[in-house]
Design a protein. Sequence first.
Length: 192
Amino acid sequence: MKNLLTAAAIAATTFAAPAFSAAEDYVLDPSHSQILFSYDHLGYSTTWGMFSGFEGTIAFDQENPAESSVNVSFPVRSMFTGWEARFDHFMAEDFFGAGEDEMVTFTSTSIEVTGEDTAMITGDLTLNGITKPVVLDAKLNQTGEHPMAEKPWAGFDATTTLVRSDFEVGAFAPFVSDEVQVMISVEASKAE
């Protein structure tokens, strides 16, 4: 009988349900969240652009990051190119033909944890009215109490490569590279 009770105790300990953990909502800090993109221009230069000041949410589960999720959206017209004529060309029919309310959105569909602070985030990117799956190679930079805001904070970086023609904005490829390198860096604060 003693052996049966010991075995039952070991089994109960081994197969006990893990402690409950739930994702907590974090909101992006628009003043410290940027998306940089770059592409090769005719082999002569690397040209850069940026989106900044956007908003979004992260449902962040620190104990089980695979259960986290990301949802971000921003107007395509919030693009910054550093040269007004280039911006105007990007918004014209050669590229986006973007109206005032054209949005870029990313909604995660799965997260594969690849290391202590890294993950591959798969999601649906909608750009130019076309939705395609995209994988972000992401890294958690830091979590903790923000020293000035005095609330929980998190920072993440991510990279990916997009193919312009997949979203029907591939004008002048291959002279202007069809591949666009994307670098993302965001900060987020725990929602009130």
